[in-house]
Design a protein around this ligand. Structure first.
Ligand code: NDP
Length: 444
């Protein structure tokens, strides 16, 4: 049995109850097979793959908090510190009822390779809780964040582990979490990113994942003789990533006609009005029915449906496994030429394969959404030197990192005879860097 197959079998046996983690590991190991086969003896000797698929540690804790009526609730909190071979653990916190260890292990694993691709010195981690911020008052969210950090503070720090936001964790939550860390430790350090601009946050961090996705898309399209100008795009999600992806796509000349949230989706034939969307989601924290109310020309539909709209390019920006084989078939039948992931693993393995086999350009989230964590690393740099860079400076760095990632994954795929297979290119390029650092640092 090959080394990859052996390790995959072990991972399946040990993590059978964590399908998302199995999916992420399968995608990565399958696509680095060619590199592993060429270096089998060297990697086996130090159990490289076995160490790569096992988190350094997983911290699980109880988070009790009190609602506005005085009722006490207990949530589960986690931090998965996956791999710090190339820098302190870095990765977001997710607050969503679906959160369990398997989701955070998949996200932490992906983060290791993503962070390597940014070229910046950051390792991979992820954390969060099954807490649902929907419908909670600001005071409830604050008490939950304070309770969460009261346990988490023991394990994080500017040179140790630096969390950030993710689904359900935005500027408001990061502010409360930072305040509690400062209060408990009596130290002012950059141990969280995505902070407010008045207390160490970086300009462009809010926009970074969405903008970065579009810079990346621009470069991949350029490598393939295409561009965004006058194209029609469909976007899923209506959160941080989706909003700024739509904004930048429109700045680059595309028309974005859809967005979605956890209850329904919008088709706006005139193009999504980003100002209205921001007001509904960032200010009012309301449902997309409010968008429809403000834009009578738009259609609101319950449930899922973004991928049925005819488009040139599709940008999934909501959550994992939101684009399945049936969706991929509809996209191909409608002439879609490219799918670029803004969310983490939004496309199932079967859908990815179908898109690639049908000539659709496809880039995985670990490459195309790396702009968020890259800008978080730039926030860490600014915190370390106690300076704030201008928006233009950060944006220029973000752009250069995202163009660089597109070129790196394209070159890596070509080096191994898989031109245009950006999934393989991203996994190989990320793996090569992490593997080299792990081997150099010895077995532990
Ligand atoms: P937000 O919480 O800001 O937005 C998430 C959006 O997706 C919301 O519109 C939400 O709907 C919708 N959504 C969430 N879960 C589901 C679900 N199960 N079914 C349908 N819709 C859902 O999160 P982000 O925009 O930050 O994150 C989106 C994706 O991007 C995630 O995969 C995240 O891991 C990834 N990502 C985020 C980065 C960042 O910097 N924020 C960086 C890199 C990746 P509703 O409005 O109803 O809540």
């Amino acid at each position: 049995m090959s080394y990859v197959d052996e390790v995959l079998a072990q991972v399946q046996q040990k993590n059978a109850h964590e399908p998302e983690f199995l999916q992420a590991v399968t995608e990565v190991l399958e696509s680095i097979r060619v590199v592993v086969d060429a270096n089998e003896e060297k990697y086996r000797k130090v159990a490289l793959l076995e160490r790569l698929v096992e988190p350094d540690r997983i911290i699980t804790f109880r988070v009790p908090w009190t609602d506005d009526n005085g009722n006490v609730h207990v949530q589960r909190g986690y931090r998965v510190q996956f791999n710090n071979a190339i820098g302190p653990y870095k990765g977001g916190l997710r607050f969503h009822p679906s959160v369990y260890q398997g989701i955070l292990k998949f996200l932490g694993f992906e983060q290791v390779f993503k962070n390597a691709l940014t070229t910046l010195p950051i390792g991979g981690g992820k954390g969060g809780s099954d807490f649902d911020p929907h419908g909670k008052s600001d005071a409830e969210v604050m008490r939950f964040c304070q309770a969460f950090m009261t346990e988490l503070y023991k394990y994080v720090g500017a040179d140790r582990d630096v969390p950030a936001g993710d689904i359900g964790v935005g500027g408001r939550e990061v502010g409360y979490l930072f305040g509690q860390y400062k209060r408990i430790t009596d130290s002012y350090e950059g141990m969280l990113t995505g902070k407010g601009l008045t207390f160490g946050g970086s300009l462009i961090r809010t926009q970074a994942t969405g903008y970065g996705l579009l810079y990346h898309t621009e470069e991949i399209l350029k490598l393939n003789g295409q561009n965004l100008k006058d194209s029609v795009c469909v976007v899923s999600g209506a959160g941080n990533v989706a909003i700024y992806a739509i904004e930048k796509a429109q700045q680059l000349g595309a028309k974005v006609v859809t967005c979605s949230d956890s209850t329904g989706w919008i088709y706006d034939p005139d193009g999504i009005d980003v100002a209205v969307l921001k007001d509904v989601k960032e200010v009012k924290r309301a449902r997309l029915t409010e968008y429809k109310a403000a834009r009578p020309g738009a259609e609101y539909h319950e449930g899922k449906g973004v991928w049925t709209v005819k488009c040139d390019y599709a940008l999934p920006c909501a959550t994992q496994n939101e684009l399945d084989l049936e969706d991929a078939k509809v996209l191909v039948a409608n002439g879609c030429k490219g799918v670029f992931e803004g969310a983490n693993m939004p496309t199932t393995l079967e859908a990815t394969k179908y898109l690639q086999e049908n000539g659709v350009l496809f880039t995985p989230g670990k490459a195309s959404n790396a702009g968020g964590v890259a800008t978080s690393a730039l926030e860490m740099s600014q915190n370390s030197e106690r300076l704030s860079w201008s928006a233009e400076e950060v944006d220029a760095k973000l752009k250069s990192i995202m163009y660089g990632i597109a070129d790196t994954i394209s070159d890596a795929a070509e080096r191994y005879g898989m031109k245009g297979n950006y999934v393989a290119g991203a996994n190989i390029a990320g793996f090569e860097k992490v593997a080299e650092a792990m081997i150099a640092q010895g077995v532990y």
